[in-house]
Design a protein. Structure first.
Length: 451
């Protein structure tokens, strides 16, 4: 429940306004000083130049709706949904306004009053109730995609022009999908993988839902990196989706239910750390304490969980046995590498330095810092699917900076960012041939041995 301190005593006639009054944290709304430090950090403001498309503008609209000064109309809904949720405004804010919490509270209110079409209702129910929370359904999804990719159906679909029947942005995304699999990290490695060399700690790996279907190799490589760095690794099979896609879509009760399941599963292990290799997942995992702050039964356990969440790069740099990495593809010159920040890893988990430290420690490579590497790429969970025009515009500008690095590798720390950068490379064909990779896969390929 949001803070009620200082809330206006207003009887709203508009049902959405009443829900916003109930859910929004009024303390956070009033903390915003309207200083404008958030404006240059906001991708949608930079694209449009419009005040309502900025964090300051959105907070002003939230407060005006709660205070009864405006009706939360279609423009209100459009601007809230246009927000990427990248949270770049939070580090820029001198008043420490929790904008991420405000936008999630707003989207929860919007979802309660949303009037979806029948196809959208069916799709949301299928994904949120029948697919993401169930490991068996995710395995079926992975197996179906793998069959489509390997059986020849994909070539037929592309050759006959069937993909042209889909919206352009979905057809483009189909072009760059990685190889799917029904066999995730547990099926390949089991639920425990022992440390190699000197043991320095015990961790549990959060495997994710999409990660373990579309990027199962990355999960396997994550476990092997952790083991090489001296960690015993538990991979609990009963873990479920982190809930991030739910929270970003206004399905907060389902997000809380998933969080409780994960807390129960991981707390039994008594590990030192809970490791994430996906910035989007990690950002919600590390805020389970906030998500369950009003739940008397899970409040303390939520804190226990959140305190142990850490990104793999940060864990390797700060806690693991030192590892040696070297690029062996070129004997004559250094291979250039650049990096696209995961917004949630940078802005929520505060993990921007560790990936760079690791990249700079790879022998025979040269790290090139990309201009505006901290600016969102336009992926933002499902944003590039539901807001393709804005996502495409943001990606256009991103690829201009990527091209100027002349890097052979574009690395990132989040699956959504990785797919978006693959799409950018496929569409824009940088002058220097470029490959997008997860930093875990890049490091794993170049790992020599522990020191």
């Amino acid at each position: 429940m949001a803070s009620t301190f200082g809330k206006p005593n207003i009887e709203h006639s508009n049902p959405l306004a009443r829900t916003l009054l109930e859910k929004l944290d009024y303390d956070q709304l009033t903390n915003c000083m309207r200083c404008g430090f958030c404006l240059p950090a906001c991708p949608t403001f930079n694209e449009t130049g419009m005040e309502p498309a900025s964090p300051r503008g959105r907070i002003a609209m939230m407060k005006a709706a709660v205070d009864g000064l405006m009706e939360p109309d279609e423009q209100f809904k459009d601007q809230m949904n246009l927000c990427l949720g990248c949270r770049a405004c939070e580090p820029a804010c001198p008043a420490d306004v929790k904008y991420g919490q405000l936008i999630e509270q707003t989207k929860e209110a919007l979802e309660e009053h949303a009037q979806h079409s029948a196809p959208v209702k069916i799709m949301r129910k299928t994904l949120f109730k029948g697919v993401f929370p169930k490991r068996g359904s995710m395995k079926v999804l992975g197996g179906s995609l793998a069959f489509y990719q390997k059986s020849g159906l994909q070539k037929v679909a592309r050759g006959t022009g069937i993909m042209k029947l889909f919206p352009k942005h979905l057809a483009e995304m189909e072009q760059i999908l990685p190889e799917a699999s029904s066999k995730g990290v547990v099926e390949r490695m089991g639920t425990f993988y022992a440390a190699k060399g000197k043991k320095v700690g015990t961790v549990a790996m959060f495997r994710g839902c999409i990660m373990d279907v579309m990027f199962a190799d990355t999960n396997v490589n994550t476990v092997e990196l952790l083991s090489a760095a001296g960690f015993d690794v538990h991979i609990p099979d009963a873990q479920v989706c982190c809930g991030a896609l739910y929270a970003h879509s206004g399905e907060m009760e389902d997000a809380r239910a998933l969080a409780k399941t994960n807390i129960d599963v991981f707390k039994e292990l008594g590990v030192d750390y809970i490791v994430s290799n996906a910035g989007g997942c990690g950002a919600l995992l590390i805020e389970y304490d906030h998500l369950l702050a009003q739940d008397e039964q899970y409040r303390e356990d939520g804190k226990w969980f959140a305190e142990r969440v850490i990104d793999i790069s940060t864990l390797l740099v700060e806690k693991g046995n030192p590892l040696e990495f070297a690029d062996r593809s070129s004997q004559t010159e250094h291979v250039k590498v650049t990096y696209q920040d995961s917004c949630h890893l940078r802005n929520v988990m505060k993990g921007s330095s560790a990936p760079r430290t690791l990249m700079k420690n790879v022998a025979n490579t040269e790290y090139i810092e990309m201009v505006e590497s901290d600016r969102c790429c336009g992926s933002a969970g499902t944003y590039n699917v539901v807001q393709p025009e804005m996502a495409g515009s943001i990606l256009e500008h991103k690829m201009v900076h990527a091209d100027r690095t002349e890097a052979s590798y574009m690395l990132t720390s989040n699956p959504g960012c990785l797919l978006q950068m693959k799409l950018g490379i496929e569409k824009h064909k940088p002058q220097q041939p470029m490959q997008a990779m997860h930093i875990v896969d890049f490091l794993h390929e170049r790992m020599l041995c522990s020191k």
